[in-house]
Design a protein around this ligand. Structure first.
Ligand code: NDP
Ligand code: 13P
Length: 326
């Protein structure tokens, strides 16, 4: 029997709902927590979440807005947006009676502190056992049971492996690692880079430009990862290169779709969370503090803040001094 029989998912958005479905398929007793009591009641009654429409929510998943109930689970998955993760874990911490694994499922870096998600968990809930789950996985694909593989990292290898045993199934295949930082960097940076590639595609710059930007984006993600102690195999693995490839190649990605709209000169899709928008300014601050060059991410941050037009940013990227490829 798995050491973690019950799972609570905190945050009933698209990803939280998909993860609740994953845990139920793996045979766990699942609670899905929504912060809004009315939303929780509606999802519980209709077994449908407007944030992930047309994906039936299994009857055995308990949907609630009672945080004390959710906090009783053997493991907790936090699926809020990255900038709300601290607030959610702060609330949870007062209900956590014993040290339980708290798995960050958000992709980003906290504004102001430059902290990655597991560091935020460790600060907000000192008794938690922080972990992170990330990789190429669209909520809709995952919830529909399409084959998906991700990375799950915790400091302790046995814990990471037990978490994998608790969530894995024939359609959802997590790989474990102890390289928490590597997993966090890949998930945060790929969203910013996907906006860049979306812009290029929206501007009709061609398939060659799409491949070049994705590859040079990966080079800067790797540079930052190495500087922060990430392992090469994590950066080239599912949560790094894997998620970058997915997000930089599909309009199903909200980050890519945001870039696409910007590149076409259209209004970005309304009400869609694109984490890269929040991550871009903090990512380039973090890179600058480490003396790491991230020209593609810088271009995205400049465009989003209005400091640069798209055409100026593209021209600046293409006229940088020639250099050796690394
Ligand atoms: N969607 C996807 O395919 C994937 C998403 N992710 C990551 O998961 C994270 C969440 O994304 P996603 O679920 O798609 O986003 P959504 O916009 O679909 O949902 C976000 C959810 O978070 C809830 N929320 C916001 N603030 C808080 C808070 N303070 N406490 C509790 N809940 C809160 C919202 O509640 P309310 O409804 O009340 O506003 C909403 O239900 C992001 O970091 C994203 O990068 C990772 C992999 C795949
Ligand atoms: O993280 C994701 C896929 O791995 C989801 O990507 P978007 O947030 O860009 O939709």
């Amino acid at each position: 029997m798995t050491p973690f029989q019950s799972v609570a998912v905190i945050g009933a958005g698209a990803w939280g709902t998909a993860l609740a479905t994953v845990a139920a398929r793996a045979g766990r007793n699942v609670t899905l927590w929504a912060r809004n009591a009315e939303h929780a009641a509606r999802i519980a009654a209709t077994r449908d979440n407007p944030r992930l429409p047309r994906v039936p929510i299994a009857p055995e998943i308990v949907v609630t807005s009672d945080l004390a109930l959710a906090a009783r689970a053997d493991m907790l998955l936090i699926a809020t947006p990255a900038q709300h993760l601290r607030g959610a874990v702060n609330l949870l911490a007062s209900h956590m009676a014993k040290p339980v694994p708290v798995v960050a499922c958000a992709k980003g870096i906290e504004h102001g502190t430059h902290k990655f998600m597991t560091d935020v968990i460790a600060e907000a809930a000192p008794h938690a056992l922080p972990a992170i789950l990330s990789g190429p996985s669209f909520a809709d694909d995952v919830a529909r049971g399409l084959p998906t593989a991700v990375t799950l990292a915790a400091k302790d290898e046995a814990l990471a492996s037990n978490l994998v045993q608790s969530l894995g199934s024939a359609t959802f295949r997590p790989y474990h690692t102890t390289d928490i930082r590597g997993v966090e960097i890949g998930g945060a940076a790929k969203n910013v880079l996907a906006i860049a590639v979306g812009i290029a595609v929206g501007r009709k710059l061609g398939a060659s430009a799409q491949a070049a930007l994705t590859t040079r984006g990966f080079a800067e993600l790797t540079r930052l990862g190495r500087a922060l102690g990430a392992r090469g195999e994590t950066l080239t693995g599912l949560s790094g290169l894997g998620d970058l490839i997915l997000t930089c190649s599909s309009p199903q990605s909200r980050n890519f779709a945001l870039g696409l709209a910007l590149g076409r000169g259209e209004q970005p899709p309304a009400g869609k969370l694109a984490e890269g928008e929040s991550t871009a300014p903090v990512l380039i601050e973090l890179a600058a503090s480490q003396n790491i060059e991230m020209p593609v991410s810088n271009a995205v941050a400049s465009i989003l803040s209005g400091r640069s037009t798209i055409d100026t940013a593209i021209s600046a990227l293409m006229t940088r001094p020639f250099k050796a490829e690394e």
